[in-house]
Design a protein around this ligand. Structure first.
Ligand code: TXE
Length: 487
């Protein structure tokens, strides 16, 4: 294993830059030009095992869990400060690697910093409880870190997803082996390079690059990893659960969705149209909580589809670094091909209001047209399967009961939104929708203070908020006998 210079084109293991023992490297692309931006190592089992061993040592022997909560909190604040200081270069790198518009990338970096700040503050707020057992004993519940956390993240919000995983784990006193998506590892590696100067000891955070089926699978099967936190596809989530069963690891999964964005006739019409477009087209639709099923009450249905279509015409596709750009290319050729297939399928399953193909204006880059299919039946594949691209399926409904039936008729349950001025109706919907996140008269706002995660096949466990740190903690019951002679 060769140790290279301090470059983000290597892996960060045990505080050092490490190359893969296999000569193979993985090209990382700029999806707007299809050019190679960088090449990263393709980790073998040997490097992954080294990273896991380093995390194990940092947890078991080097005393990371025993550092004071204040110290861990201070380190997280320093990371947040560094992210804010380096935000322009991070946003540019994220933008070039994912294809997302620069303005959206800037929000992501700020959100990542906020996440480290939040968990920096929370580090000192973790405490156990005293249990009300009979008077002859004292019963305590202690909160302790789970151990080594294996963290596998996707490509749609690369640095933000790294922050959602690393910040609560570190605050709790866990050590981490994080595998970024093979398509978008660059900002996580950048962050890794700053960790030593910010006070993160060797082995506490390891960033290992590689493919899911090899490097990712190795983390999941390792008996030396205590917990897996995964964000990605439901298909891989199922594989992870099966594999983790062999070692009975703790598992949290944040998977995909087919979230209903529900518009009643009494909603503020202009806000509703904006909410429908924003809900499904932000980040090119590559969002787990995308409002990809737009449910519209029959009495406003035609007007709604027309207005949505009209406004969608103004979405400016362009170079991700151009500040005027509202939609960039998809992240990879693979994702582009996947979305193009769904566009083709949609043309046979429903009517096209706008889009449905590839824009002629671009000679290069994985651009697809913002697409609105309407008169979609909820049983159509485009209404049931996660597309993860800028493709809206508009579905009419008759009344509240019908809206609810369609909204819940999905294997997923990540998010939903309800638009209405009738607070009683909106709240009835909120209670009856089977999803982990429900927005009213809004779609997509995400706050680090509030729990994030899904029902049904959108996974389980919660990130963010107080719940987010709990997923990295074990509970130990302590019983102290208060009689000199136990009875
Ligand atoms: O995801 P994968 P892909 C959905 C979305 C998208 C589809 C496919 O619908 O179209 O998934 O995207 C790692 N063991 N989401 O193929 O494969 C992989 O290396 C361990 C929704 O990119 O799930 C990467 O780091 N790890 C989602 C991560 O898992 C494995 C975000 C995600 O990749 C693995 C992304 C394995 N066997 C895609 N196979 C969301 N919930 O936001 C892959 N990986």
């Amino acid at each position: 294993m060769a140790v290279t210079q301090s470059t983000p084109e290597a892996m960060f293991i045990d505080g050092k830059w490490i190359e893969s023992s296999s000569a193979k490297r993985i090209p990382v692309y700029d999806p707007s030009t299809e050019e190679i931006l960088a090449e990263i190592p393709d980790a073998t089992n040997s490097e992954m095992d080294t990273a896991i061993a380093a995390a194990r040592r940092a947890f078991d022997l080097d005393g990371w869990p025993q550092t004071t909560a204040q110290e861990r909190g201070r380190i997280l604040f320093r990371i947040a400060e560094k992210l804010r200081a380096e935000a322009p270069q991070l946003a540019e790198l994220e933008c070039r690697n994912t294809g997302k518009p620069i303005v959206e990338a800037e929000y992501d970096i700020a959100d990542a910093a906020t996440c480290f700040e939040y968990y920096g503050g929370l580090a000192t707020k973790v405490s156990g409880t005293v249990n009300p057992v009979p008077d002859n004993a004292l019963s305590l519940s202690l909160k302790e870190p789970v151990g080594v956390a294996g963290q596998i993240i996707p490509w749609n919000y690369p640095l933000l997803m790294a922050a959602w995983k690393l910040a609560p784990a570190l605050a709790a006193g866990c050590t981490c082996v994080l595998k970024p998506a093979e398509q978008t590892p660059l900002t996580a590696l950048k962050l890794a390079g700053w960790l030593p100067e910010l006070g993160v000891p060797p082995g506490v955070v390891n960033i290992v690059t590689g493919f899911g089926e090899t490097a990712g699978a190795r983390i999941v099967e390792s008996p030396r990893v205590d917990k897996i936190a995964f964000t990605g596809s439901a298909a891989v989530g199922k594989l992870i659960m099966k594999s983790a069963a062999d070692t009975l690891k703790r598992v949290t999964l944040e998977l995909g969705g087919k979230s209903p964005n529900i518009f009643f006739a009494d909603a503020d019409f202009e806000a509703a149209i904006d909410g429908a477009l924003f809900g499904v087209f932000i980040n090119q639709g590559e969002v787990c909580s995308a409002g990809s099923r737009v449910l519209v009450e029959r009495s406003i249905y035609s007007k709604f589809v027309e207005a949505m279509t009209e406004k969608a015409r103004n979405i400016k596709l362009g170079a991700p670094l151009d500040r005027e750009t509202k939609m960039g290319p998809l992240v990879s050729r693979e994702q582009y091909e996947r979305v193009c297939k769904y566009q083709q399928l949609g043309r046979s399953e429903a009517k096209v209001a706008i889009g449905g193909g590839q824009p002629a204006a671009f000679k290069r880059g994985y651009y697809v047209e913002p697409t609105i299919f309407y008169d979609v039946d909820n049983s159509a594949r485009i209404a049931r399967e996660e597309i993860f691209g800028p493709v809206a399926t508009v579905i009419p409904f008759e009344d509240e009961q019908d809206a609810l039936r369609i909204a819940n008729d999905t294997p997923f349950g990540l998010a939903a939104a309800v638009w209405s001025r009738d607070i009683y109706k909106a709240l009835r919907m909120v209670k009856a929708i089977r999803a982990g996140i429900v927005w009213v008269n809004h779609m997509q706002p995400t706050y680090v203070e509030a729990p994030w995660g899904g029902y049904k096949q959108s996974g389980f466990g919660r990130e963010l908020g107080l719940h987010g740190i709990d997923e990295y903690l074990e509970t130990k019951q302590v019983h102290i006998n208060l009689n000199e002679q136990p009875i």
